[in-house]
Design a protein around this ligand. Structure first.
Ligand code: DP6
Length: 329
């Protein structure tokens, strides 16, 4: 039975994508700047067998052993299959069994859709024996989830507003001391998915237009800070981005509230650590977890503070990296 495997890491946005342009699938309204989280992985295996005569080929997807509804995956599978048909792939009419596993809690705001759709696109490209450039793969992964366009690259990435694919701005070794700590405050599934929440923000929040037009200045700040390896400058821009994004969400109708009391405790803890000279720059996404950008030097102090806090269930640590990989067999 033909088989392919791919793995990818979540893409953590330092400067956020929140809101889509109208028309195409998942074309962002804001420019995002992100890093790959090397220690966290989604691993996806695709197997296939010829579809029965006279029946269109189908697909089944499971995540962490649980069978999923096909709807969220249909666009990416269709896009890759169409590409396979055009290229005359010998497997284009195969029924697919897709099995994906995360090494971290799914759907709790650690951007599992970014690594998930990047690994899905990569495993399908390998299965169908397609030779795609990284940028082509990024555009295909985007049809599953906007942030997945970034996960196709490791290191430091950027995804421009209005663009169909992301690109790498620096490899991971540009800034080897950089670290991310993820403070897990709750592992329950999030109350509303990021897709529905960002659409609600776009259509109902009076702050949405302000969020989008303001966001671009933070991109230039973040890119300059990464170029100069200046964590204070990067942290300041990163903090402004997530807080302004959150402001636009809170003003939606009904409001979108991902924060829980434990998240706020960790935000205050980071404030306290910074006032003691420790680089603890937090960010949050569509979930209650708090991710903290820091340097290898400050990891022990932050870890100790997080582990002593009753707000934190578990701490994950990662370097920047997350080069994806895919192979046949
Ligand atoms: C808050 O990429 O999950 O994590 O394109 O609708 O699938 P869709 O959205 P998704 O949104 C990510 C939102 C975010 C910020 C970010 O990763 O840039």
């Amino acid at each position: 039975m033909p088989r392919a495997r791919a793995s990818a890491s979540p893409s953590l946005a330092l400067i956020k994508y929140w809101g889509k342009q109208q028309g195409d699938m998942n074309v962002p309204a804001t420019t995002s700047v992100a890093v790959g989280l090397h220690a966290l992985r989604t691993i996806t295996v695709v197997e296939g067998e010829p579809a029965a005569e006279g029946r269109p080929p189908g697909a089944r997807v499971s995540i962490d052993g649980m069978e999923q509804s096909i709807a969220p995956f249909a666009a990416v599978i269709a896009a890759l299959r169409e590409r396979a048909q055009r290229n005359g792939s010998r497997y284009s009419e195969y029924d697919l069994t897709i099995d994906s596993n995360n090494t971290f809690p799914t759907a709790a705001g650690i951007a599992s859709s970014s690594s998930g759709f990047a690994a899905l696109a990569g495993s399908l490209a390998a299965f169908f024996e397609l030779e795609l450039s990284d940028r082509e793969l990024s555009a295909l992964a985007r049809t599953g989830s906007g942030s997945a366009a970034r996960s196709v690259f490791g290191g430091f990435t950027r995804f421009d507003s209005g663009s169909h694919e992301a690109y790498r701005i620096y490899p991971a070794d540009h800034w080897p001391e950089l670290r991310v700590l993820v403070a897990i405050t709750d592992t329950a599934r999030k109350p509303i998915g990021s897709r529905a929440a960002m659409e609600r923000t776009r259509t109902t929040s009076p702050y949405y237009d302000a969020w989008v037009s303001d966001s671009f200045s933070l991109v230039d700040e973040a890119v300059a800070a990464i170029a100069g390896r200046d964590i204070e400058r990067l942290g300041t821009a990163m903090r402004a981005s997530y807080l302004r994004m959150t402001g636009s969400m809170l003003a939606s109708d009904p409001p979108v509230i991902y924060w829980i009391s434990q998240s706020i405790s960790v935000i205050h803890l980071c404030d306290e650590l910074r006032s003691n000279g420790i680089h603890a720059w937090e960010t949050m996404d569509a979930g209650p977890q708090v991710k903290i950008l820091t340097t290898a030097h400050d990891v022990p102090a932050i870890r100790t503070a997080l582990e002593e806090s009753s707000a934190v269930v578990h701490v994950l640590e990662s370097e920047i990296g997350g080069e994806p990989s895919w192979r046949i067999g």
